[in-house]
Design a protein around this ligand. Structure first.
Ligand SMILES: [Fe+2]
Length: 157
């Protein structure tokens, strides 16, 4: 395969790919958690939350593809196994099925953790690695997490 020659040095390409691999791992944990909640939610807001969670995991799936393909565009192999995702993710899965409000508050916390780590990643991509393309993509993802955190937060007192 031809070498990637886009004005970012090889060391920085690798560093950005590693950063994106960690983002990808958290996206997968949050995707599965949101889908788990879509399947297992019950209570007075069942259909509303069932539908909201579906819209959110579908959006996460689109983000997953964007991040994975960006790693490939930078010339690095894309990690694509559950074992790799679990190993690199900072988000944790649940051991039991939580109630409706706990589901919402868990998702808010996870979206907020993603927002904070993306914010750091965006700064690193711009300042340390000189990769404005990745910084721009991550900024778009961060804004989606902000919207989803807001939609969920409004259910909580
Ligand atoms: Fe479904």
């Amino acid at each position: 395969m031809a070498k990637v020659n886009i004005g970012i040095d090889a060391k920085n390409l690798k560093a950005v790919a590693k950063l994106l691999s960690d983002v990808l791992a958290n996206q997968h944990v949050l995707y599965i958690k949101t889908r788990n909640y879509h399947w297992n939610v019950s209570g007075p807001s069942f259909m509303e939350l069932h539908t909201l969670f579906e819209a959110q995991y579908e959006e996460l799936a689109r983000g997953i593809d964007e991040v994975a393909e960006r790693i490939s565009k930078l010339g690095e192999p894309v990690p694509g196994t559950m074992a790799a995702f679990i190993k690199s993710a900072s988000l944790k899965e649940d051991s039991t099925v939580p109630n409706q409000l706990t589901m919402i508050s868990n998702l808010v916390k996870d979206h907020e953790a993603c927002i904070k780590s993306l914010r750091n990643g965006i700064d690193d991509c711009e300042e340390k690695y000189e990769d404005s393309g990745t910084a721009d993509m991550l900024t778009g993802l961060m804004r989606k997490h902000e919207t989803n955190a807001w939609k969920l937060r409004r259910y909580l007192k």
